[in-house]
Write a protein that binds this ligand. Structure first.
Ligand code: UDP
Ligand code: MG
Length: 318
């Protein structure tokens, strides 16, 4: 019998995790031809999430959990899940029931037909503001223009991955993770299906503006060096323009004599160039910062406890 791991990263989800478990239980109960593993990754929750997961485990051998040593963020939590998963395939799903577990059957069907990465694209986003939708659309448009790999905009982390994909993903151990880009980067046979996103079943979103900005920057800087190149192009253009300007000034001085006007334009020029230099330095800094973090080669996460008990130092070394 094939085993399917359901990976649920959870950070302070006490309000919804019971409902989530009940839903998993009923949906997976309806698929008796497979064995399931419900792998909860407790991402340093400060509420009762872990106790609730332990309670599920008491009378359900399908439940496993990985308890991280602190809150590392969703991306590292997912990596922990990939590392500890035992299934022939794995389905990642959020703990908040925004993604319907009813889709499992369809995902598994496509997997059985030979697809390795079945990802669900959301059709509608309920409970999200107009601004969030718009910024996200624009962001993906830009990302797609600059990134070398295909990133599927509306495809989140709700997907089924074959063991092959999981093995590939666990080899990508960078710190500043942008898993959405990784799915495209690793390749394998992909299949798109769609679902209608629900509003959160309870609790509230764990993302704030700065997390989102950080993830967005990671997306661009992990998959493209175009932001660095832009500055060579701008620098070259400005140099050429100022050369032409210099030539014009020399000729003008030769013909009409020296001219001491032009203080405002001088200041404007200096400020403009100063600004541009600072921006370009900032962008180099973004990349340098990432190089700095990655070269430390720290493990992406640490675990406090794994329910099966094997807590050797097995944050797998790259
Ligand atoms: N999550 C996590 N660690 C974090 C933040 C979020 O494991 O630091 C989990 C969270 O418990 C949920 C999933 O990631 O299962 C998606 O989070 P959320 O619903 O807050 O994000 P949104 O749906 O608003 O993008
Ligand atoms: Mg959510």
């Amino acid at each position: 019998m094939k085993t399917i791991t359901i990976l649920i990263p959870a950070y302070n989800e006490e309000a919804v995790i019971d409902k989530m478990y009940e839903k998993l239980d009923s949906v997976c109960g309806g698929l008796p031809q497979y064995q399931f593993e419900f792998l909860f990754v407790n991402d340093g929750s400060t509420d009762r999430t872990l106790e609730q997961i332990k309670a599920f485990k008491q009378n359900d051998p399908r439940v496993q959990y990985v308890d991280l040593s602190r809150n590392f963020g969703k991306e590292p939590a997912m990596l922990a899940g990939f590392d500890y998963a035992n299934g022939d395939a794995l389905i990642t799903i959020d703990a908040d029931l925004q993604q319907p577990p009813e889709m499992f059957a369809e995902m598994i069907q496509w997997w059985e037909k030979g697809y390795d990465d079945v990802y669900a694209v959301r059709k509608e986003r309920e409970g999200e503001t107009w601004l969030k939708k718009w910024t996200s659309t624009m962001y993906y448009r830009v990302l797609q223009k600059v990134a070398k790999v295909k990133v599927y905009p509306q495809a989140g982390d709700f997907r089924l991955l074959d063991k092959k994909c999981i093995q590939a993903l666990t080899k990508l151990r960078e710190h500043e993770r942008y898993t959405k880009g990784m799915y495209g980067w690793i390749g394998f046979k992909k299949k798109e299906i769609s679902y209608i996103a629900e509003a959160r079943a309870g609790g509230e979103t764990k993302w704030n503006i700065s997390d989102l900005m950080n993830l967005a920057l990671n997306g661009i800087t992990s998959y493209s060096t175009i932001p660095l190149r832009i500055w060579s192009i701008i620098g070259t253009s400005i140099s050429i323009l100022s050369f032409i300007y210099l030539a014009v000034e020399i000729i003008r001085t030769a013909l009409f004599g020296a001219n001491v006007d032009g203080y405002p334009s001088l200041i404007a020029g200096i400020l403009f160039l100063g600004g541009i230099q600072l921006i370009s330095l900032g962008i180099i800094g973004e990349y340098l910062g990432r190089v700095f973090i990655e070269t430390k080669e720290r493990p992406v996460y640490f675990i406090q406890e794994y329910s099966e008990g094997e807590t050797e130092e097995d944050e797998a070394v790259p």
